[in-house]
Ligand binder design. Structure first.
Ligand code: SF4
Length: 92
């Protein structure tokens, strides 16, 4: 699991990421699968908000690193320049 520990998570019970190899939510090559698993999760919105707030890496709430960075929430330790070099953000 992506370690989403909130009251909402306790209420939902088992989330798809709890029963799936964690690498699916971390590896770029598995992003499509991770996004599809998140799409059916009741915590999708809360999870996305959590990842943005805590600047997480990986796919959270159906949102990838690239999508989070493009929305202005750079994953921890990354810089605007890093995402510009990957054409996720426009050059300054
Ligand atoms: S939205 Fe995705 S990463 Fe978040 S709790 Fe649900 S399955 Fe896990």
């Amino acid at each position: 699991m992506q370690v989403l520990r909130t009251d909402a998570a306790r209420d939902v019970g088992v989330m798809p990421c709890q029963t799936t190899d964690p690498e699916v939510f971390q590896d770029r090559e598995h992003q499509r699968l991770a996004k599809s698993l998140c799409a059916g999760c009741d915590l999708k919105r809360a999870c996305r908000r959590y990842a943005r707030t805590h600047r997480e890496w990986g796919t959270w709430g159906g949102e990838t690193n690239e999508e989070r960075a493009a929305a202005g929430y750079l994953p921890r330790g990354s810089t605007k320049d890093y995402w510009q070099r990957r054409s996720v953000l426009p050059a300054s």
